[in-house]
Design a binder for this molecule. Sequence first.
Ligand code: GLN
Length: 537
Amino acid sequence: MTTKYLFFTGGVVSSVGKGVTAAATGLLLKERGFHVAVQKLDPYINVDPGTMSPYQHGEVYVLDDGAETDLDLGHYERFIDIRLSRVSNFTTGQVYAEVIAKERRGDYLGGTIQVIPHITNEIKRRIGLVAKETGAEVVLVEIGGTVGDIESQPFLEALRQMRNEIGRENVFFIHVTWLPYIGATGELKTKPTQHSVAALRSIGISPNMIIARSDHEMDDSLRDKIALFCDVEKRAVIPMTTTRVLYEVPLLLEKAGVGDYLVEKLGLQSTRKPNWKPWEHLVAEVRRKKPTVRIALVGKYVELHDAYMSVREAVRHAALALGVEAEIAWVHSADLEKGKGWEDVRNAHGILVPGGFGSRGIEGKIQAAQYAREHKVPYLGLCLGMQLMVVEFARNVLGYEDANSTEFDRSTTHPVIDLMLEQRAITDMGGTMRLGLYPCVLRPGSKAAECYGVSQVDERHRHRFELNNAYREALEKHGMVMSGVSPDGKLVEIAEIADHPFMLGSQFHPEFLSRPMRPHPLFVGFMKAAKQRAGIS
Ligand code: GLN
């Protein structure tokens, strides 16, 4: 069978939910029995987002194989409930690096290297890899950025070529746009969409479907207008009104007929009827008025919630499963150092310290951990949040006043968190951390083991530093339990405080494996303790 390709392009402005739309569309097809795979093409020149600031890029999403990817891959994994691999995300930087390496090897036999065909061929090869590696019947490909960006031109050109090479009947273009609302006249405008479709057509691509996101309901006459001006069937003009409930998007697309339309136009034979019951139930649960559990998320990039996308979703998944509403207070750790923001910490039923890099705001996070320990407030530390929980314990329980991670203080007399041996000689920043899935053996009787209900788990990592084994005994003697370790026992993966309702930190990132229908056990354990603290039975 020929692989079918769905290409998602963006128009008008970014941040209109192209990634969520692609993810939800993938679910529509999976629900119809198709084997789907997803890929995101990022037009920037970085090799991967691993070295980019979360302020620039939002969260770095880590896959099983250790690929550091765009946060849209998190949407794909959460909506479609699949596990993706490295081939599912590539950047202009990777494409050029590959082509230039080939050129240096002499692979091009003296030819002149050009965007067309050398760069576009490499783009097409990488798109083809997904079907090859996964055997998927339908591959959904999202092109980052918006049409008209100088960086995305080679990508769009490659897609145009693919349409001719693999046949028009196997390729379908979905253009996701935005309809601005003019308050004075109270109307939605289609002109920017028309312009963006015109830009797309000028490079030889005519969209087969337009998904028009807007903050207000679109009436039928606007659908007619977009159909007429943009040369698509009216059935293929899909209104996408902003919803408060993220996980409602698949239901809205289904209701608009997207799934059936795609099956028809791609000439697919669906093998089963979609079952939307679990999703309808989920959305109804989100909408239902529920008692509130307040979580203080103490981080460094809190102004930009996208920087903690998976953490926020994992908290929400766990809250939903427990029948409560998670109200997240975003606390800037640097504020805590100045005595600000403590209101939110004191009011919280649970304190969460997520991952991070660099020294800004570190002391504030340590103070938050101390507050959680002393006041017996449930605490969940993720990666850096685990390391700082250990630092705090070493300082204030063991009395090692200047205990620290050598990431922040190279000359500390008590480096309780230190660089991993393998990391010492590495000078490159990109892709050199301990990345991806590693096994973790749980200690029977610990909170971690109770949460998971199994004896061994595999979790995703992204870090350079590690609990220093020289301090393990001393920490354990004072009541810290190393409740998860690598199978050889050499690396501490989970630490918890014995005499506390729930104070646990993981060296890995459990947030990447939480799914709306399958909340992550550690988040559930944490939220359960927070719910108890809130006095909700
Ligand atoms: N900066 C820490 C390290 O490299 C923690 C990393 C993280 O939180 N992802 O080990």
